[in-house]
Design a binder for this molecule. Structure first.
Ligand code: ATP
Length: 435
């Protein structure tokens, strides 16, 4: 498969099967904004639920929260986003195309029109602005949050005291973030509206090194546990020239996309920068009382900051396969049953002799424990192909033998092996398979 074609094929599969649509499609769309359709919403929710379970509910030392998108603008002054959250931008004077100057060689011609006539590079703030309330003057300007993390930092004391957490402990949240990116692209990879899954882990300042090791391991294992191919994942340490001014060390989890190795998540030792800044700007103490040493300390932070949409894209890219079966091209999404929107699709072989009714009953019996789906439309071959493209791991077919012996055919998506299973054994059969 030619690598650069994979993205185009994936975009069209996502639309065809109802994973992801262009936003406002009937009006010609809005560049680089996407809507998750029926299958995409399930996939995305499964990913978020797995993250939440791994990071919050399964742990005694991390609590969750859900902050608002709009915050007091002073937050962005304190965090440095108003003064520092810039990307350098250049325009081509000839065709007016706009680029990030740090991502291209200005000795080259414009990739859009082939002419070399650049403006000076200038800084562009990435925060999206709006007005709060009815007056549209400078006093009402506020920002859509460019990251969820600041909602956690400003709630440090609230969350710590109400949940009675002791160091080391974390606060996690999932939510939308907005960045007015100069250049977007590569489908879900870089958009202006996206979702983050962030966890800030508060530790004693001399313990950041060991916790950074711990979280880089934990986060790599999480991605592998989603079924993503290990050889396409790597952990890349930031060089000194890339580190944000407040970070002592940082690792990116990267995936080998068709367009190259790119970041899925940043895991950073942020020191005490965030709580120091908010203490200074708000005048409120953001400390923790260390009863062992009998003193108040400002905790340091190890952050794990992941993108939901980039994880969705990774899972889709990694799962996309084409193969030849009996002289025909088969497109199959090899999604792990943990994230697949549908786990079991049930098909009556033909729409008579009571087969559809049996199929519907099977779906009802599975629905509480598995994402089960009934499909009676079209030839059985077409129904299998649709479910292969939807990434459904198992197909169950009701046929004339079912009427005699109450067994069905179970087909595995990846190897297409079929076996007979008794209807009343199906729940335990799938539970065993999907463990
Ligand atoms: P990049 O270098 O790709 O712009 P970043 O280093 O600015 O990313 P962070 O600020 O570390 O990104 O954000 C944490 C995570 O949020 C990223 O790893 C990514 O998964 C996600 N993310 C950031 N910007 C975008 C975007 N424009 N579209 C989709 N996801 C994003």
């Amino acid at each position: 498969m030619v690598e650069n074609k994979v993205m185009d094929k994936l975009v069209s599969l996502c639309k065809r099967r109802g994973f992801i649509f262009q936003s406002s499609d009937i009006y010609g769309g809005l560049e680089s904004t996407y809507d998750y359709g029926p299958l995409g919403a399930e996939l995305k929710n499964n990913i978020k639920q797995l993250w939440w379970q791994d990071m919050v509910t399964s742990r005694p030392d991390v609590v969750g929260m859900d902050a608002s998108i709009l915050m007091n603008p002073k937050v962005w002054e304190a965090s440095g986003h108003l003064s520092e959250f810039h990307d350098p931008m250049v325009d081509c004077k000839n065709c007016k195309a706009r680029f990030r100057s740090d991502q291209m060689d200005l000795d080259n011609n414009c990739p859009n029109c082939g002419v070399q006539d650049w403006t000076e590079a200038r800084q562009f703030n990435l925060m999206l602005k709006t007005h709060y309330g009815p007056s549209e003057d400078s006093s009402s300007v506020i920002y859509l949050r460019p990251e969820t993390a600041q909602g956690i930092f400003v709630n440090f004391a609230n969350a710590q005291s109400t949940a009675r957490m002791k160091l080391p402990f974390g606060i996690a949240q999932i939510g939308k973030a907005f960045r007015n990116e100069i250049t977007t692209g590569n489908f879900l990879f870089r958009s202006r509206e996206f979702e983050q899954m962030e966890m800030e882990f508060f530790v004693k300042p001399d313990e950041t090194g060991e916790w950074l090791d711990y979280w880089t391991d934990a986060r790599m294992s999480w991605y592998k546990g989603l079924g993503i191919r290990e050889e396409r994942l790597k952990l890349r340490p930031h060089g000194d020239d890339e580190l944000a001014h407040y970070a002592a060390a940082c690792f990116d989890v990267e995936y080998q996309f068709p367009f190259g190795w790119s970041e899925l998540e940043g895991i950073a030792d942020r020191g005490t920068f965030d709580l120091d800044q908010h203490t200074e700007h708000s005048g409120k103490k953001l400390t923790w009382f260390d009863s062992k040493d009998n003193k108040h300390i400002t905790p340091a932070v190890v952050e794990a900051s992941a993108g939901v949409d980039r994880t969705v894209l990774t899972i889709l890219v990694d799962a996309y396969h084409e193969e030849e079966v009996k002289g025909e091209n088969r497109v199959v999404l090899r999604l792990s049953p943990k994230v697949a929107p549908t786990t079991v699709a049930v098909f009556p072989l033909v729409n008579r002799d009571g087969m559809p009714e049996i199929g519907e009953k099977i779906v009802e019996s599975l629905r509480n424990n598995f994402a089960a789906f009934f499909d009676a439309g079209g030839s059985i071959g077409r129904r299998y192909r649709r479910q292969d493209e939807a990434g459904t791991p198992y197909g169950v077919t009701v046929d004339s033998d079912t009427l005699e012996d109450q067994t069905v055919t179970v087909r595995e998506r990846d190897n297409m092996v079929q076996e007979r299973v008794a209807i009343d054994q199906l729940p335990s059969y799938f539970r065993e398979k999907i463990r």
